[in-house]
Design a protein around this ligand. Structure first.
Ligand SMILES: [Zn+2]
Length: 241
């Protein structure tokens, strides 16, 4: 199996997992940097994540131009992906979602921070990108590279960012890593809202977050991936180096 075949298959599985775990609904998407050309990325045509097949995956340049569209309509918000790959050479996968539990944090400005060890990978504190700050009244969608780059700038070197009134964007060093962080971002937000009703929260310390994050390797990623993939009706493939 070629690296490209492997990544395309990973993306199909990632879409099914994110849908099955409640991170995406009929909207939201996940991409991967092209394994043979870092200036391109792979992303499905505009379709609900749960329905995506191999043939839906389209190759794009970083500015969001399709290489061989073949009548497959693109996601409007593909600029999120291209702009992040442009500014973050360490990133190999991007998830954009409208994950329900993160929305209250984006609109209240209440800081979303890890309080559970499994959620350390969301970062020390998740920043909020507000499209209104620079672009005023819009449809809130990231509809060009200017908006994508502004979001990428706010994200900086972090693993995740919220988008006010819209959702979140998560990055990873692999498709499995970006999916892992996305699932635990949704869970962390849900738990934080529950804990906030009970009293003062003792969050993970910065040192704890760094130590836990350093331990998140193939062992954890593959263990969750196998379980989530099976649950979504997909098999885990052997890694292709
Ligand atoms: Zn969106």
């Amino acid at each position: 199996m070629s690296k490209l075949d492997f990544i395309v298959e990973e993306l199909v599985t990632a879409n099914r997992i994110l849908a099955n775990e409640g991170v995406v609904d009929s909207f939201g998407h996940v991409s991967a940097r092209h394994p043979d050309n870092p200036q391109h990325f792979l992303l499905s045509r505009a379709r609900a994540p749960e329905r995506i097949e191999r043939d839906d995956i389209v190759e794009y340049t970083l500015d969001g131009t399709a290489i061989d569209e073949r009548g497959r309509a693109p996601y409007l918000e593909r600029y999120i992906h291209g702009a992040i790959y442009e500014t973050r050479p360490d990133v190999h996968a991007v998830v954009h979602n409208h994950s329900p539990s993160v929305i209250p944090f984006g609109v209240t400005g209440k800081k979303l921070k890890p309080l559970l060890h499994m959620c350390a990978s969301i970062g020390h504190e998740v920043p909020i990108w507000d499209s209104h700050d620079k672009f005023g009244d819009t449809a809130l969608l990231v509809s060009d590279m200017d908006m994508g780059r502004d979001l990428a700038h706010l994200l900086g070197a972090r693993p995740s960012a919220l988008m006010r009134g819209h959702g979140a964007t998560v990055v990873g060093r692999s498709v499995r890593h970006a999916v892992f962080v996305s699932v635990y971002l949704e869970l962390g937000a849900k738990l934080q809202m529950q804990a906030m009703t009970m009293g003062k929260i003792k969050y993970l310390s910065r040192g704890e977050i760094d130590k836990i994050t350093a331990r998140v390797g193939d062992y954890s990623l593959n263990r969750t991936w196998e379980n989530w993939a099976r649950r979504a009706g997909r098999e885990m493939q052997a890694m292709v180096e």
